[in-house]
Design a protein around this ligand. Sequence first.
Ligand code: DI6
Ligand code: FE
Length: 405
Amino acid sequence: MDRFDAVWVNARLATMTHGRPYGAIDDGAIAVKDGLIAWVGPRAALPDGGEIQHDAGGRWITPGLIDCHTHLVFGGDRAEEFEMRLNGATYEEIARAGGGIASSVTRTRAASEDQLYQSGARRLKALMSEGVTTVEIKSGYGLDIENEAKMLRVARRLGATLPATVITTFLGAHAMPPGFEGQSSDYIALVAGPMMDRIVAENLADAVDVFAESIAFSPEEAAIVFEAARRHGLPVKLHADQLSDQGGAALAARFGALSAEHLEYASEAGIAAMGEAGTVAVLLPGAYYFLRDTTMPPIAAMRRHGVDIAIASDCNPGSSPAVSLLLMLNMACTLFRLTPEEALSGVTRVAAKALGLNDRGILETGKRADFVLWDVSHPAELSYWIGAKPAHRIVRGGGILEMSP
Ligand code: DI6
Ligand code: FE
């Protein structure tokens, strides 16, 4: 029996492990067996045993990219609200007037499962064409039992039919649905009770998320949903302090959340608590950009308190209609002043941590053989170009993807 199924040689590896910048190995090799990395290191030390040899042509190889925060399953779009905002309305005003998330809820409820699958697949394929091999998808535009289950079934089907790992997150507490005006405690009881029971019974969610915000739910309401998630053994995450300081970062930390997202208005104390808890900060520069926010997330505090930073697209119809994770790397650097190395860690090693996955995100023996060959001469180019398509070949579970560009 061959020791390896295939060996990739003549590569420069950005392993994204600690130590050297990018965990770089100059003249590197990766051996694959049964979908996993069986060996990785300098080519000169590569043991014998590769049946098929692939020449990477001196290209850089990174782990497959991970988009750890998206809402890419939804009906319709919100281009008309984009126009309203350009004519002077704010995101919050549109939301309070019954638009915003609620208008996507109407369109998502009206869409069939096949329609949602088709439009979601288009967006997922756009992400994948840039080297994304793992993506998280949230519910949150159904907001009743049937439609939340429908969205999550579509997300599961995307993962089952397309060559990407899909992690699903139940975000029933995304906004108040029509019919529950002024009865948020009733709606939260539904989300934390029958809705979550059904989602769990059908194994539709890998995690639970809440939008804690003045236009959504209070920290106390988020805590009720988190308690229910805990009873079901599901990890939690939180849309925290995006538009105002709600104490979301500290709440996420208190529940040992995998991640807290957005965080533009998070306090230093909240960030410190996240550092203590090991909760990842997921930054979403697409939403910051698209809503023309001017309050930066407290990056310096995150660095000071040892909070790991991930970057994601937040792909959604209202605040970040983004289907390019590489553009988010560029924005993380230009808008948030992250270094290109921090940005790349944020869509590989740290993004895996934000999803609770320890089988991917770095090039290391035993991890999944998900990696990308790039037509770049330095990994910083992945953050530098705008609109380039530098992915040369995408390998997932050891196999070359046919859709490789
Ligand atoms: N924060 C966001 O940026 C998205 N969801 C959330 O909780 C926006 C969702 C939308 O506007 O449709
Ligand atoms: Fe989001």
